[in-house]
Design a protein around this ligand. Structure first.
Ligand code: CA
Length: 168
């Protein structure tokens, strides 16, 4: 499948859509605390995916190949309460796990959109995440602290090492 990505920014509208990513197959709408993905078939629109309710605020969405396997994934930097998503059926609630913290999720797009990897709370929140250089999987970001967010304390580079983002 050939995905031709074009990103265009919209000004805020009554639906609070911050921006839209269009591909040959999908339209992805980013709201302040929600992502919706639609597919179009025979001029009809179908919602095929919506991000988890736990997400309180989205800071960044990137479509890129984070692990260099030739397929783009959806990377989402967002804030939510607690360390882990959902009901944690096999884990007891963690005392003190109610604070708002920043996380990164990676979703695979094919053959259907699903969570591939999700972080627990980032030790230090990040801001201005972007691809450092086209056709690489290295990301640049500003690193902050929870006390001083969104002030950037340090500029960092992040690279996927197979299970986590290595910092340099
Ligand atoms: Ca990939």
């Amino acid at each position: 499948m050939v995905l031709l990505y074009s990103i265009y920014y919209k000004s805020l509208n009554p639906n609070n859509t911050l921006y839209t990513i269009k591909t040959d197959d999908y339209e992805l709408l980013l709201h302040q605390n929600r992502i919706e993905v639609f597919r179009y078939k025979r001029d009809r629109q179908y919602k095929i995916w919506e991000s988890e309710d736990d997400i309180k605020k989205i800071d960044k969405v990137l479509l890129f190949d984070h692990d260099n396997d030739g397929k783009k994934e959806l990377l989402v930097v967002y804030w939510r309460y607690g360390d882990y998503l959902g009901e944690r059926p096999f884990l007891k609630p963690i005392v003190g796990d109610e604070s708002l913290s920043q996380h990164i999720n990676i979703y695979e797009l094919e053959p259907y959109i699903h969570l591939k990897w999700g972080s627990s709370s980032l030790p230090k929140p990040i801001i201005n995440l972007q691809i450092c250089k086209e056709d690489t999987s290295v990301l640049c970001a500003g690193e902050s602290t929870y006390e001083e967010f969104p002030t950037i304390i340090k500029n960092i580079k992040l690279e996927w090492n197979g299970w986590w983002w290595e910092k340099d």
